[in-house]
Design a protein around this ligand. Structure first.
Ligand SMILES: *Cc1c(COP(=O)(O)O)cnc(C)c1O
Length: 400
C-alpha cells in the first residue's frame, strides 16, 4: 500500500455539532424527527413496500398540489432539477417561452429554457414588485409563447407574485402552458393547481415541505402530459425525461435507482402535511409570519418588500446602516446557534418561515438572536418591544 490516509485526518473527529444549529434561513429548513428517521432507512427500490410508498406519495402529493389527475413525478435532485425537468419536457428547441423574471430563481427558469434552445423573452419585473397581469397579457399577445414560466415566491428577494391565479388564467386563454416554481411556497400558502389551471408545478424538499434537500417533485397537468406524450423528438436529458421517469412512478419498473431514503423522508413529510391539513398549515404559516414581521418592525428594523407583494415564507429585512450582513450572520450563528441567510443582491438578510421554521419557540429564539446580536454590534434597538409584538401577534391569532 503506497497511499496512506492523510495524517491530519487520523483520528478524524466528527465535524458535526452534537446539537444542530437552528436553521432559520432560506433553506434547507429543520426537518421533523420522523422525517429524519425515515431518511435513515434503505429498502428495495423496486419492492412491494416501495411501490406502496410511491402510490401514497402520489396521492398525498395530489392533495398538496391540489390536483385530481395531475401526473406526479419525483426527481432525485435539487429543486433546480425539478425546474429543469418541467422546462425540458415542455419546451422544444425553437419553442417560444415567456419568462417572468422577479429575481434569481425566476431568471434561472429562463436560463434553462435558453439552454434548451428555446426563443426566450424575459419580462423583467421591478425589484420587490409582483408581476402585473395587464403587462403579462401584453407580452402574451405580442410574443405568443408556447410556455410561460413564473415563480410563486421569489426567495432571493422575498417577493410574492400574488396575481398568480389571474396570470395563469391569462396564459390558459392564450393557449400557453404555464410552469410555476413553488419551491419555497408549496404547502405554506394556497396554490390550487387544478382550479388555477396550472400545467406544471415544481417543488423541492428542503423548503415549504420541510423535508431533506435532494429529492423534489413535479406535477404535470393532463394538458401538459398530453403534450409530453405527443412529442416525437428525443429529450436531450435522459435522467429528466418525464416519459422515462413515468416507468418508475406509474409502471413499477426501472428508470434509475430511486433515492429510496429520500422518498421515504418525502413520504413522511407529506404524511405530516396531510395530517395537519392544508388550511391549518396555511393558518400556522400566516400567524407565524405576521408575528415575525411585527416583531422585526417593533425592534426598529424595516422590511424589504411592501406588504402586498411580501412573501410570507421568506422574510427580507434591510440590513441597518453601519452593520455588515456577513458579520451579523456569523455572530448569530456563533453566539446563539441560529442561522439565517444573507442575500445574492440587495443588502438584506432573510429569515425563513417554511414548515418547521414556523414554530413559536423558533420565532422567539430567532428574533432574540437577531435583536441581541445587532445590539452587541452597536446598534440601538428596542428588543423588549420586538419580543412583545411577536408575542402579542401570536396571541391575537390564537384567541381570534
Ligand atoms: C431554493 C429555490 C430553488 C432552487 O432549489 P435548489 O434545491 O437549490 O435547486 C428554486 N426556486 C425557488 C423559488 C427556490 O426558493
Amino acid at each position: 500500500m503506497r497511499i496512506k490516509v492523510p495524517e491530519h485526518l487520523v483520528p478524524l473527529d466528527s465535524i458535526l455539532p452534537e446539537e444542530p444549529l437552528l436553521m432559520m434561513g432560506a433553506g434547507p429548513v429543520p426537518v421533523p424527527a420522523r422525517v429524519a428517521a425515515a431518511n435513515g432507512i434503505v429498502i428495495n427500490h423496486l419492492g412491494e413496500t416501495m411501490s406502496q410508498i410511491v402510490e401514497q406519495v402520489k396521492s398525498m402529493s395530489r392533495y398538496v398540489f391540489q390536483t385530481e389527475n395531475g401526473r406526479i413525478l419525483g426527481v432525485a435532485g435539487p429543486g433546480s432539477a425539478a425546474m429543469e425537468m418541467a422546462v425540458a419536457n415542455l419546451v422544444r428547441p425553437g419553442s417560444r417561452v415567456l419568462s417572468i423574471v422577479n429575481g434569481l430563481f425566476s431568471g434561472r427558469l429562463a436560463d434553462m429554457a435558453e439552454r434548451l434552445e428555446a426563443e426566450v423573452t424575459r419580462l423583467p419585473v421591478g425589484e420587490g414588485l409582483a408581476a402585473q397581469p395587464e403587462q403579462v397579457e401584453e407580452y402574451l399577445r405580442q410574443y405568443k409563447p408556447h410556455v410561460l414560466t413564473i415563480v410563486q415566491g421569489e426567495t432571493s428577494n422575498t417577493t410574492w407574485n400574488h396575481h398568480l391565479p389571474e396570470i395563469a388564467r391569462l396564459a390558459h386563454e392564450h393557449d400557453c402552458l404555464i410552469i410555476v416554481d413553488a419551491v419555497c411556497t408549496l404547502s405554506t400558502m394556497p396554490l390550487d393547481m387544478d382550479e388555477w389551471n396550472i400545467d406544471a408545478v415544481i417543488t423541492g424538499g428542503q423548503k415549504g415541505l420541510s423535508c431533506i434537500p435532494g429529492v423534489s417533485l413535479v406535477a404535470f397537468s393532463e394538458r401538459a402530459w398530453q403534450f409530453i406524450q405527443s412529442r416525437n423528438d428525443t429529450l436531450k436529458h435522459w435522467c429528466l425525461d418525464a416519459r422515462l421517469a413515468n416507468r418508475f412512478w406509474y409502471e413499477k419498473s426501472y428508470h434509475y435507482t430511486a433515492p429510496v431514503s429520500g422518498i421515504l423522508a418525502l413520504h413522511e413529510a407529506l404524511r405530516l402535511i396531510c395530517n395537519e391539513t392544508l388550511p391549518v398549515r396555511f393558518q400556522r404559516h400566516m400567524r407565524c409570519s405576521e408575528a415575525l414581521q411585527n416583531g422585526v418592525q417593533a425592534l426598529g428594523l424595516s422590511l424589504y418588500v411592501e406588504k402586498s407583494a411580501r412573501l410570507t415564507s421568506v422574510l427580507g429585512i434591510h440590513v441597518p446602516d453601519g452593520i455588515d450582513a456577513g458579520a451579523l450572520l456569523q455572530y448569530m450563528s456563533k453566539r446563539y446557534r441560529v442561522e439565517i441567510s444573507g442575500s445574492f443582491g440587495a443588502n438584506i438578510v432573510r429569515i425563513g418561515q417554511m414548515g418547521e421554521q414556523c414554530r413559536t419557540h423558533n420565532l422567539f429564539r430567532t428574533l432574540h438572536a437577531l435583536g441581541s446580536s445587532l445590539q452587541s454590534m452597536g446598534m440601538s434597538l428596542d428588543l423588549p418591544a420586538g419580543v412583545a409584538a411577536l408575542e402579542g401577534t401570536l396571541d391575537a391569532h390564537e384567541f381570534a
